[in-house]
Design a protein around this ligand. Structure first.
Ligand code: SF4
Length: 327
């Protein structure tokens, strides 16, 4: 079992345990891109029957993946693992063109669950490349979305992860540069990296932090509000979930011990000793049922009051691909 991701040391044990309150961040949990991706697999299972082959984890959440697997989804790393003719789904993170090409070469029936906001970054990158610019992608090395985005752009793409990376970046022509970003970054860190890029390459163009998606931005803002109200923060999400990790980091940066947990089984009573308020949020790929489980777990540790903070309302919904929209 994964150990919970501890971002800082535990809270001050000198505070007397009185009544522990649970404060829920709003918004939290599923975004429109994750809901759409899961619905695509569910509808494909209903329409075509199992097995449905999914390239890469459909979204970065262990529980979601295990649930879909139990219903007949088969998760693979490479298209070569998909049998001829099998129904195939690309994950919400997007794929490189060569993956699309190898599926097309084999005439696999593909439904693409790439989040439309990730697809928008792809087309932005291609547009900049079409203007003869080299691309700087701000993102995390090895993340599925980053690999997909790099693989969607013809021409040179430089990956930068930090301000230090910007300092050592060597490009062909500093006047022919553009930047794009992964959708699930820290808004503050990304602003710092963009400022460093603009300082070093004044001619660079890009979308500022607008490509960090609405769900990422709203959840980060909500965890900032949460940190003002609580002593400890729990982020429900899996360790490979980029946006969940950012929420945990923000909580820790604001001085609150913050823990990334897959579910209630990761709760550790020592975190709540002397604590008056515990905040709970969830990454964009974490189902609300896991949050409910965590609240139930906290009740066992003495939580008796549950509050939900006001937050930015979300009503985003993306259209389903035609292959499954009538399923
Ligand atoms: S986190 Fe944002 S970009 Fe990623 S799937 Fe959700 S809405 Fe799309």
């Amino acid at each position: 079992m994964d150990l919970p991701h501890t971002m800082t040391e535990c809270a001050d044990p000198a505070v007397d345990q009185t009544v522990m309150k649970v404060v829920l961040a709003q918004p939290r949990g599923f975004c429109a891109g994750v809901e759409r991706a899961i619905e695509i697999v569910e509808r494909a299972l209903a329409k075509f029957g199992p097995p449905i082959y999914v390239r890469h984890e459909i979204v970065h959440n262990r529980h979601v993946v295990e649930d879909l697997r139990s219903r007949g989804a088969v998760f693979v790393d490479e298209i070569s693992e998909v049998p001829d003719g099998a129904i195939t789904v690309f994950s919400a993170h997007g794929v490189a063109r060569k993956v699309q090409q190898s599926a097309a070469n084999r005439a696999l029936p593909v439904t693409d669950a790439t989040c439309p906001l990730v697809a928008k970054v792809h087309s932005e990158g291609r547009r900049y490349a079409g203007q003869g610019r080299e691309i700087v992608l701000i993102g995390h090395a090895g993340h599925a979305e980053v690999e997909g985005t790099i693989g969607q752009i013809d021409g040179r793409v430089y990956l930068v992860q930090t301000v230090e990376d910007v300092a050592s970046l060597q490009v062909s022509d500093p006047d022919k540069l553009a930047y794009i970003t992964q959708t699930t970054l820290s808004v503050d860190d990304t602003r710092g990296i963009i400022a460093a890029l603009v300082e070093r390459f004044p001619g660079i163009v890009g979308p500022d932090v607008r490509d960090i998606c609405y769900a990422t931005q709203n959840r980060q803002e909500a965890v900032r509000h949460l940190a003002e109200q609580v002593d400890v923060i729990l982020v429900v999400g899996s360790r490979n979930s980029s946006n969940s990790n950012r929420l945990c980091e923000i909580g820790a940066e604001l001085g609150r011990p913050s823990y990334l947990i897959d579910d209630a089984s990761h709760l550790d009573p020592s975190w709540f000793k002397g604590i008056r308020a515990v905040g709970v949020t969830a990454g964009a790929s974490a189902p609300e049922v896991l949050v409910k489980g965590v609240i139930d777990g906290l009740r066992k540790f003495g939580a008796i009051e549950i509050d939900t903070l006001a937050g930015t309302p979300e009503d985003v919904r993306f259209k389903l691909p035609t292959e499954v929209s009538d399923a």
